[in-house]
Design a binder for this molecule. Structure first.
Ligand code: 5GP
Length: 201
């Protein structure tokens, strides 16, 4: 059984910040470093945030079946490699995937035991404000991201849980609770009971 948590949410919902905080709180969590053809942003590091690869390399990997899922998002390709899943979702580790709804659907299909969480903004006005802050102005890119965010919001029913990111601390607390509940699922936490039963014989 794989330990996989998918976290999605429209651009500007604060998902990346929440994921970083969750990873800091639970050291056993591992972040899934996706491959992407998007160029790195100034603060991003290759191998930490993404594996930044050329179109040709991505294409070769996709053809060779090296991705558990991949999708085109905002004009670039993004994919989760099988090697990330195999290396980081085994015993004692839980893999956190920050992927879009196309990826979430594919992962849930292959790993029904995965937990899928959708982070949503409290209001449309808050989402617009965050997108504006990120882009500086409501230019073409911000408008495109807003349209994509609305499309992404409509996919909410794919997910097992919704977290409203109104206040960061409370959204993080919701996420932490969901993670603890995930770990306590009978199938994931039955080792101690099994030991007890063995001793009884
Ligand atoms: P950004 O370019 O802002 O880092 O990410 C854009 C979108 O791509 C985000 O919604 C992010 O969740 C999604 N994404 C990142 N990695 C993957 C991936 O491996 N697969 C899929 N399907 N989406 C991804």
């Amino acid at each position: 059984m794989r330990n996989i948590i998918v976290i999605s949410g429209p651009s500007g919902c604060g998902k990346s910040t929440l994921i970083a905080m969750l990873l800091a709180e639970f050291p056993e969590l591992q972040f899934s470093v996706s491959h992407t053809t998007r160029p790195p942003r100034p603060a991003e590091a290759d191998g930490r945030d993404y594996h930044f690869v050329s179109e040709a390399r991505f294409e070769r990997m996709a053809r060779a079946g090296q991705f558990a899922e991949w999708a085109e998002v905002h004009g670039h390709r993004y994919g989760t490699s099988w090697s990330e899943i195999r290396a980081k979702s085994g015993r004692g580790h839980t893999l956190v995937l920050d992927i879009d709804s196309q990826g979430a659907l594919a992962i849930k299909h292959q790993f029904p035991e995965a937990m899928a969480i959708f982070v949503v903004p409290p209001t449309l006005a808050a989402l617009k404000k965050r997108l504006l802050l990120r882009q500086g102005k409501l230019d073409r890119e911000a408008r495109r991201r807003l349209a994509a965010a609305l499309k992404e919001l409509r996919t909410y029913e794919l997910y097992d849980y919704l977290v409203v990111n109104d206040e960061l601390a409370s959204a993080l607390s919701d996420l932490s609770c969901l993670y603890v509940a995930f770990c306590r699922q009978t199938a994931r936490s039955n080792d101690d009971v099994k030991k007890l039963l063995r001793r009884k014989k």
